[in-house]
Design a protein around this ligand. Structure first.
Ligand code: SAM
Length: 224
C-alpha cells in the first residue's frame, strides 16, 4: 500500500482508469496536436503517466523519447508493461529531479488535482526548470468557472477556488481548481506563454460512475 492516500486511490483504480478514460477523443486529439508541434525524436516528460495508454504510447509511437513518472506503483507497473519503449519512474512529482534534461516538452494530463495551492506553485516553478526555452508544456485540467461555485470558495485574489465537488470513479471529490486567468498567470509567472486553450466536455461510460467533466486543455510555450 502507498503512503500517500491519493497514490493509494490510483493503485486501487489501476486499469479501470484506462477503461473509463482511455478513449477520450478530446484528450487524444489534444495530445496528437501537441505531438505534431515537436521536432523528430524530441525528449518528452510525462507527469502522472497512469497506465501508459493512451498518452505514453502515443508519444513513443510518434518517435519521441519518453520519460514517464507516477507516484502509483500499480500505474508504473502497467505503463512499463504496456509501453516497453518508454522509460518510467516511480516518484511523486513534488520530489522529482530529472537526471537529464531539460526536456523538449512536458505533458501533465489530469494529474495536477491533488495539490494544495502552495504545492501547485512549487510544481509550476519546476515546469520552468524541466522544459527548455522554446519547449512546450501540455496540460489537461479542469477550471473553476466550468463548475457551479459560491463566491466564498474563491481565494481573495480570485485565482482559484476550493472544494469544487464532483463524482470521479464512484468517489465524491472536492478539488482546488484554478480559474482560466489563474492558470495563465501561474504559467506566465514561471516563464511560459499560453498559446492555445480549449474546453471539451467528456462523459465516461456509466459503469465508471463519473460526472460529466469539462476538460480544459492548455498548450504553453517556454519563453526563450
Ligand atoms: C487521472 S490519472 C491520469 C493518467 C494519465 N495522465 C492519462 O490522462 O491517461 C492521474 C495520474 O496521475 C498520477 N498522479 C497524481 N498526482 C501525482 C503526483 N503528485 N506525482 C506523481 N503522479 C501523480 C496518479 O497516480 C494517476 O496515475
Amino acid at each position: 500500500m502507498a503512503l500517500n492516500p491519493a497514490a493509494d486511490f490510483y493503485d486501487n483504480l489501476g486499469i479501470r482508469y484506462e477503461q473509463s478514460f482511455g478513449h477520450d477523443a478530446g484528450l487524444i486529439s489534444f495530445v496528437q496536436s501537441g505531438l505534431d508541434l515537436l521536432a523528430p525524436q524530441s525528449t518528452v516528460l510525462e507527469l502522472g503517466c497512469g497506465t501508459g495508454k493512451p498518452i505514453s504510447s502515443m508519444v513513443v509511437e510518434a518517435g519521441h523519447r519518453l520519460h514517464g513518472i507516477d507516484f502509483s506503483s500499480v500505474m508504473i507497473e502497467l505503463s512499463r508493461r504496456q509501453v516497453p519503449q518508454g522509460d518510467f519512474e516511480l516518484v511523486n512529482m513534488l520530489e522529482f529531479s530529472p537526471k537529464t534534461g531539460p526536456y523538449d516538452a512536458a505533458i501533465a494530463v489530469f494529474s495536477l488535482f491533488h495539490f494544495s495551492r502552495g504545492e501547485m506553485s512549487t510544481v509550476a516553478s519546476k515546469f520552468g526548470e524541466w522544459v527548455r526555452p522554446g519547449g512546450y508544456l501540455f496540460i489537461g485540467t479542469m477550471v473553476a468557472e466550468d463548475f457551479q461555485t459560491k463566491a466564498d470558495q474563491f481565494d481573495a485574489d480570485g485565482q482559484c477556488a476550493r472544494g469544487i465537488e464532483h463524482t470521479f470513479m464512484g468517489k465524491r471529490i472536492g478539488n482546488l481548481l484554478y480559474t482560466r486567468e489563474g492558470w495563465k498567470n501561474l504559467l506566465e509567472a514561471n516563464g511560459f506563454q499560453v498559446v492555445k486553450t480549449e474546453m471539451v466536455p467528456f462523459q465516461a461510460p456509466p459503469e465508471a460512475e463519473c460526472d460529466s467533466e469539462p476538460h480544459y486543455y492548455i498548450t504553453a510555450r517556454k519563453v526563450a
